[in-house]
Design a protein around this ligand. Structure first.
Ligand SMILES: [Cu+2]
Length: 182
């Protein structure tokens, strides 16, 4: 879904909500009691239906289920720590592993499923992947004590940036890692 479509949906939704508020404001001015019961019932049924259909249509597109039946071509271990991400093909368990992984630039395969196993050594971080064209393609939380798996198939070669997307401290904005897809 494009940014323009999302903006349009937001504007339509905002207009509908504003119209409902305006309608209630107008109807509250009249002295006679207004029976909103039938309308209320239909608004409720309509909202439940809308949410149900929207959920059914979009839930299967959650990134957590992506490529669930496939065996990833590569497994990359990721650890976030203020203020850098370390990526490695070997598990990162100690400070030494983390420091060693910081210095390397991984090369990941184009057009194959890669699994990132993402965790944190300190606080919550957001592990977001930006394609060479600057667009965000996938993201997952980096949480201490948990390993979150993110599977992704890169379809654009070039240099990707992993950027922290959860505010984690003073140097959060510069918390990045780079890797290459080819
Ligand atoms: Cu951050």
């Amino acid at each position: 879904m494009s940014q323009g479509t999302i903006l349009m949906l937001f504007l339509i939704g905002a207009f509908i909500i504003a119209a409902v508020f305006w309608w209630f404001w107008q109807s509250s001015k009249t002295a006679a009691p207004v029976s909103a019961e039938p309308l209320r019932r239909w608004v409720f049924v309509g909202l439940v239906g809308f949410v149900g259909i929207f959920t059914a249509l979009t839930l299967s597109r959650m990134p957590y289920f992506l490529y669930a039946s496939e065996t990833p071509a590569r497994v990359i271990h990721v650890v976030g720590r203020q203020f850098a991400f370390a990526l490695s093909e070997r598990p990162i368990e100690t400070d030494g592993d983390y420091a060693a992984a910081l210095g390397q630039t991984l090369v990941l395969p184009l057009g194959q499923v890669v699994e990132f196993r993402v965790t944190s050594f300190d606080v919550n971080h957001g592990f977001a992947l930006y394609a060479p064209n600057g667009r965000i393609v996938a993201q997952v939380q980096a949480m201490p004590g948990y390993i979150n798996r993110l599977r992704w198939r890169f379809d654009q070669p070039g240099e990707y940036i992993a950027q922290c997307l959860e505010y984690c401290g003073a140097a959060h904005a510069g918390m990045q890692a780079r890797f290459v897809v080819e």
